[in-house]
Design a protein around this ligand. Structure first.
Ligand code: SF4
Ligand code: SF4
Length: 204
């Protein structure tokens, strides 16, 4: 490409709508399924959803989840199952926010908020403990001092599972196949997941 043609490309781009924003003063709208900081969810009665099965830790490609399960105390169970997660840690120095842990979890215990603006000044802060990850009594994330919450990033923490039926079949769109959440109840299905109708082939 000659020099003048190169200037021509630049000139034409000058009049196109700008896609970049003046971050952090101006922030783009976040997709509902943005993968951000995790939360550990609780059922509507306050019990923890995590059963300490370690599937999330096993599937994590970055090996940043550490879980240890224990038998539930008979008189004061933590979760409805036989076991619960008594240690749960995520190392955010390693997490790549792939959401494989969310997909692997059999009880919808681990999901993600939309929060992505958080930074640490120590390794200890980067490794979130169960107390930091478990939602509070209002069902919302427990906000840490080094996190920059921008409003409602912790309102739609289970968008992913509410859009995907267990069988992957679109005829299950709109059916609630997930459990209720503390503070939010049984959330409505995410709409707009029906696949477009396949064009039928003309017999040749
Ligand atoms: S989002 Fe991916 S990398 Fe992060 S903890 Fe989950 S499985 Fe591991
Ligand atoms: S978060 Fe889910 S997958 Fe991970 S240990 Fe708890 S129940 Fe198992």
């Amino acid at each position: 490409m000659g020099r003048l043609a190169g200037f021509g490309v630049t000139f034409r781009q000058m009049f196109k709508p700008r896609l970049t924003t003046e971050y952090p003063v101006e922030k783009s709208a976040r997709p509902v399924r943005l993968h951000g900081r995790h939360v550990l969810n609780r059922y509507e009665d306050g019990m923890e959803k995590c059963i300490g099965c370690e599937l999330c830790a096993g599937v994590c490609p970055a090996r940043c989840i550490y879980v240890r399960g224990a038998d539930n105390p008979i008189d004061d169970p933590v979760s409805p199952g036989e076991r619960y997660g008594f240690v749960y840690e995520i190392n955010y120095l390693r997490c790549i926010h792939c959401d494989l842990c969310v997909e692997a979890c059999p009880t919808e215990a681990i999901t993600e908020t939309k929060l992505f603006e958080f930074s640490f000044t120590s390794r200890a802060d980067a490794i979130y403990t169960k107390d930091q990850l478990l939602v509070g009594d209002d069902g919302r994330a427990r906000r840490q001092p080094w996190e920059l919450w921008d409003g409602h990033e912790d309102e739609h923490t289970s968008e992913w599972m509410r859009a995907t039926s267990p069988s992957g079949a679109v005829q299950y769109e709109g059916r609630a196949n997930w459990s209720g959440e503390l503070g939010f109840g049984v959330r409505a299905a995410e709409t707009g997941q029906t696949a477009p109708t396949e064009p039928t082939e003309e017999p040749g």
